[in-house]
Write a protein that binds this ligand. Structure first.
Ligand code: ZN
Length: 136
């Protein structure tokens, strides 16, 4: 693990949340991106070295939809930058953590990502990610 890369926040209405976080952070988001495979639309704010990733579900199969239905809006996951997602995933599994993804997959903002199951991480949904070009 190298650093916290971003904090993911589940929201109901990303346009409204963009306005809210623009006021809160006193800056505009720098990109929006849909991740079809996850059924989400994302929006990113840069705050120092860390990003805030807003996530809104685009369909009711999305894990973000289920999260918001069950728990409401709020902090959804913490993402750590790693050098190589697949290598780190192997290390974490050997330490007894449960992986949601068996190998790295494409995420938003030019990253490859994988998630650990929150039941093995004190209920903190944990993402590891690295830049796409590093692992390819
Ligand atoms: Zn994320």
């Amino acid at each position: 693990m190298q650093k916290i890369e971003h904090i993911g926040i589940a929201v109901k209405d990303i346009e409204e949340s963009n306005k809210l976080f623009a006021k809160l952070l006193n800056r505009e988001h720098y990109k929006m991106e849909a991740v079809e495979s996850e059924g989400v639309i994302t929006s990113f704010f840069q705050i120092g070295d860390v990003k805030i990733e807003l996530l809104q579900a685009t369909n009711d199969k999305s894990s973000i939809y289920k999260f918001v239905e069950k728990k409401g809006e709020g902090v959804h996951h913490i993402a750590f930058a790693v050098k190589d997602v697949n290598e780190e995933l192997e290390r974490l599994k050997s330490e007894g953590f449960d992986a949601i993804h068996e190998e790295a997959k494409d995420g938003a903002d030019g990253k490859v990502i994988a998630f650990l199951h929150p039941k093995s991480t004190n209920r903190v949904l944990t993402e590891i990610c690295s830049d796409k070009n590093v692992t390819e």
